[in-house]
Write a protein that binds this ligand. Structure first.
Ligand code: MGD
Ligand code: MGD
Ligand code: SF4
Ligand code: MO
Length: 726
């Protein structure tokens, strides 16, 4: 028996875990790590199932090659040769834009997913680059890009010190927080209330978070922008604003907000005018306050405007970049993602729908169009890394239909599932216990400065490849170096780039140092570990991989501190409250809400024991309360005459789904969780709990125009009893 320490790789909470393993390498127990200064022993049912997940008998252990409907196991050599032939032929015949890449959510949680993303994208040099960002948080990058000149200037609520937390469209007691890494959100919110603070939740559903809060305000899906404008209108109209940053556009904002009186916004969003006014007054009066929002407002038709106004309210109440308000994390690893370049979107546009690029990517909502529509630049091949787009993308079934038309598809994924079944080759990463772990991305949004590295718990078996090596070899293949090129050479190039960047950066404490000497001092057992060591040594705390190894429970680096001045990168040097592209989207907002509104709107929900599309094969995580059902208010059940099952129809498609009547959801709104609809996968447990694909209803033709983000919340649907009216 032995004990190992490991950060949980599943969700954004980055909990520290303490594992017990037997001599054969089986995980016999998973507990929260009481000595982790950040998560302090917290664990949820998903983390507790990490052992089962890790040893899932349905996980792929070796590369798989598809021949027609038949799959066979293959050696890595054969698999990479085939990938090289398939991808190279497409590039040589049709050009680089014919090869698309998708980086799915788990790439945000692995070291390899972070470290090879840019090299792979650069080597690919295709406009058809896609990631989970455009079915998730891209509106936040765009709004902060325009406001602060830095698309990564994502401020997190200072949950542990604030006196007032307004949560709009997030359910951290079940999602465990996102763009706000805070293990054990529940205890943190309890602490907030115990110190006399207040928590208010705006959500069409009375979620676990809403039920815990002091106050829950139901809102009509997709209309949070109105609520937020009503708050801005009150703050400015009642002279409650205390702006303590250098800003541009305050007067323009005042003019823009003028039409959104509390009475006017009430008519659209359904939150009574009196409450809108009171929220504004409470936010302004609280000693400190923070407004926090996530998926409920981000994957919505006006996602970018909503993210913008959340920061605006935090600025107008004097809470931006100050303790107790919203602040920026200072990460231990050098922030190589901050480019210092001026920010804009639309440097190029997608071929079929003419959608603007954002952060170098096109929206996932148009990937199927680019595959399906013939012509110069048509996508003919796809590299999908940790993605299950048939279940995750808007109108996923459309991808299910068009993926078989590709000339070649390769997936890096541990499962043969709804999406990877279309691949020609699947390259499986090793077991979770065989991967070292560092959260390059999630640690940039922690509510305290914190760091933790987990070495691999078990070594790779003979002939097994690390995910780093898989991605490195893919990178070498798309750069034209073939299936046998040496991944170590790529790692050296990446290291060289990191070190040279730091040495050449203006004002860097490493300016002028000798890159070869810095390189010689690096330590680590793999490319990504050497890269981490470099980034820690070049980072603001002067840490190292060795230091992190000596502190397996993680290191607390102190509370967040103001740092906007350092990040602000607008041409004016000021915060832009009324950036032209943001303001330009207001006309679309007015038009969208001037006519009659749909009678029933579909929204999503996250479930405590699910994680997007990939945990349903773990027996402990399915069944009981974790089912794919449609939440419907009892008044709607009666009005629509629903029985046990309902037919839900949208412009994109239809599903038949079990009805779960609950007064936790407001009338006129129904909710279906995503990540279900398990079909054609070899995941035996998941197939027995199939559920339906929520994204058979979401419409890829409707997007948040500024960011291209998918719209999962506020989808117009009709709901009818099964067996009638078909
Ligand atoms: N209707 C609706 N749709 C949604 C959402 C919603 O709220 N409503 N939410 C959206 C959001 S926020 C997100 S982030 C996306 C997520 O959607 P995706 O990007 O598709 O991500 P996941 O479903 O989390 O996992 C995708 C794949 O990663 C594989 N995987 C797991 N671990 C690893 C690993 O270590 N390495 C590799 N290579 N693969 C791994 C899994 O087997 C799975 O096939 O879904 C989006 N879709
Ligand atoms: N257990 C679990 N945890 C997860 C995940 C998971 O699948 N399961 N996924 C992870 C991922 S990829 C992400 S991005 C995060 C997301 O983290 P969260 O955003 O906290 O997760 P959701 O449960 O989607 O919360 C969105 C809330 O918005 C509400 N909502 C829907 N439409 C609207 C609207 O128009 N306005 C308002 N105000 N609210 C609305 C929904 O009812 C829901 O309660 O969670 C992460 N953590
Ligand atoms: S809350 Fe998230 S990080 Fe923590 S144990 Fe659960 S799944 Fe893992
Ligand atoms: Mo996400």
């Amino acid at each position: 028996m032995r004990t190992a320490h490991r950060t949980c790789p599943i969700c954004d909470a980055v909990c520290g875990l303490r594992l017990t393993l037997d001599d054969a390498g089986h995980v016999t127990s998973v507990k929260g790590d009481p000595d982790d200064p950040f998560s302090k022993g917290y664990i949820c049912p998903k983390g507790a199932s990490l052992g089962q997940l890790d040893e899932d008998p349905d996980r792929l252990r070796v590369p798989m090659i598809r021949e027609g409907d038949h799959w066979r196991e293959a050696s890595w050599e054969e698999a990479f040769r085939l990938v090289d032939r398939g991808l190279t032929r497409v590039i040589e015949t049709y050009g680089r834009d014919a090869l698309a890449v998708y980086f799915g959510n788990p790439t945000y949680h692995t070291m390899a997913g972070f470290m090879y993303r840019q090299p792979l994208t650069q080597a690919l040099n295709s406009r058809n680059t896609y990631s989970a960002s455009t079915i998730d948080q891209i509106p936040k990058h765009i709004s902060t890009g325009f406001m602060f000149g830095d698309p990564f200037a994502i401020a997190v609520p200072d949950v542990d010190r604030t006196d007032y937390l307004l949560i709009i469209g997030a359910n951290p007691l079940e999602s465990h927080g996102s763009l706000c890494a805070a293990p054990d959100f529940h205890t943190r919110l309890k602490g907030l209330r115990e110190r006399g603070g207040k928590v208010v939740v705006v959500d069409p559903r009375r979620t676990r978070t809403a039920a815990f809060a002091d106050e829950h305000l139901p809102v009509r899906p997709g209309t949070d922008v109105f609520l937020l404008f009503g708050i801005v209108n009150t703050l400015l109209g009642e002279d409650l604003a205390t702006v303590n940053l250098e800003v541009n556009g305050l007067e323009e904002l005042r003019e823009l907000a003028a039409e959104f009186t509390p009475e006017a916004v009430e008519r659209v969003c359904g939150v009574p005018a009196g409450h809108v006014v009171r929220l504004a007054r409470e936010l302004a009066a609280a000693p400190t306050a923070a407004v926090y929002t996530r998926i409920g407002t981000s994957t919505a038709e006006f996602g970018t405007l909503a993210q913008w106004l959340v920061d605006v309210v935090n600025i107008l109440t004097g809470n931006f970049d100050r303790p107790g308000g919203v602040m920026f994390t200072r990460t231990a690893a050098l922030e190589i993602f901050r480019t210092g370049q001026p920010f804009d979107t639309g440097r190029w546009h997608s071929r079929v729908r003419g959608l603007p690029e954002a952060l170098g990517e096109f929206p996932v909502a148009t990937l199927a169009d680019e595959i399906e529509t013939p012509g110069q630049g048509q996508v003919r091949a796809l590299v999908s890394i940790a993605g299950n787009l048939v279940l995750s993308a808007p109108n996923g079934p459309k991808l299910d239909r068009v993926l078989p038309g590709l000339d070649f598809m390769v997936c890096v994924d541990p499962y043969l599932n709804e999406t990877t079944k279309h691949a020609d080759v699947i390259l499986p990463p090793p077991r979770i216990m065989q991967m070292p772990h560092y959260d390059f991305l999630l640690l940039i949004v922690t509510v305290r400065n914190y760091t933790r590295f987990s070495p691999q718990v078990l070594p790779l078996g003979p002939g097994q490849l690390s995910e780093a090596e898989i991605l490195a070899r893919l990178t070498l293949i798309v750069s034209g170096q073939g299936a046998d090129a040496d991944p170590a050479a790529l790692d050296d190039m990446i290291l060289q780039q990191i070190l040279t960047g730091a040495v050449e950066a203006p004002g860097s404490p490493f300016a002028g140092q000798d890159v070869a000497r810095l390189r010689a001092e690096l330590e680590g057992d793999s490319g990504p570990e050497l890269m981490l060591d470099a980034m820690l040594k070049l980072g603001p705390y002067g840490l190292s991989l060795a230091k992190l190894r000596d502190n397996p429970n993680g290191i607390d680096l102190g509370p967040l501190e103001p740092r906007l001045k350092e990040l602000l990168n607008t041409p004016s040097g000021r915060v832009e409250l009324a950036a032209p592209k943001l303001v330009g989207d207001l006309q679309r907002l007015r038009e969208r809400f001037s006519g009659p509104q749909p009678e029933i709107l579909l929204i999503g929900r996250r479930q405590l024991r699910s994680n997007n599309s990939w945990l349903h094969n773990t027996p402990a995580l399915v069944g009981g309360s974790n089912r794919c059902t449609l939440h419907v208010n009892p008044a709607d059940v009666a009005r629509l005459g629903l029985g046990e099952q309902a037919l839900v129809r949208s412009a994109a498609g239809e599903v038949v789904v079990p009805v779960e009547p609950t007064d936790k959801i407001m009338p006129g709104v129904v909710s279906l969780p995503h990540g279900w609809g398990h079909q054609g996968s070899t995941q035996r447990v998941a197939s027995g709990h199939a559920g339906v694909n929520a994204n058979a209803l979401t419409d890829e033709s409707v997007i948040d125009v500024l960011s291209g983000n998918a719209v999962f919340n506020g989808v117009p649907v009709s709901v009818s009893p099964v067996g009638s009216g078909r």
